[in-house]
Design a protein. Sequence first.
Length: 152
Amino acid sequence: MLKITNISLTVFGYMTEEVDRVEQIIKNILPFEISNDNFTHIKSFSQFGDKFSIMNYETENYEEVNQIMKDIGKNMSKTEKLKIKGKLKKLIDLDEKKIYFRLNKFDLYNNEIIFDEGNDVLKIEISYNTYNKNENNYDKIENLFKLNEWIN
């Protein structure tokens, strides 16, 4: 059996970007209002003195995790679903029991889900638990993503 236990959404905001717009990126991906208990906003400086922000929303709440997963899948285009299907095994770390995705943050601001391998992205980290280490977890993860409409 495989169960998603945690989901984390992280985005960086740079000094040339409006903080409200960067925060809106996380709000656009969530199908519910942000809970301040689960949202962190850290302001810092680079080694060259440039300002930047790190915003993170993380939850272990089973209902919230499922809502986020289903909402992303529901709002994803068929093209993006095909990208995920083709790359799913590369995005899974079986040892860490994590799945990693990157979504283009500028497209997310416009409510479009586009996968991106660049640096200026919303990073999604999904943690899962499995009870039988000998099972083929790739198949179980693929089935989970089919259920949540991430892949066809």
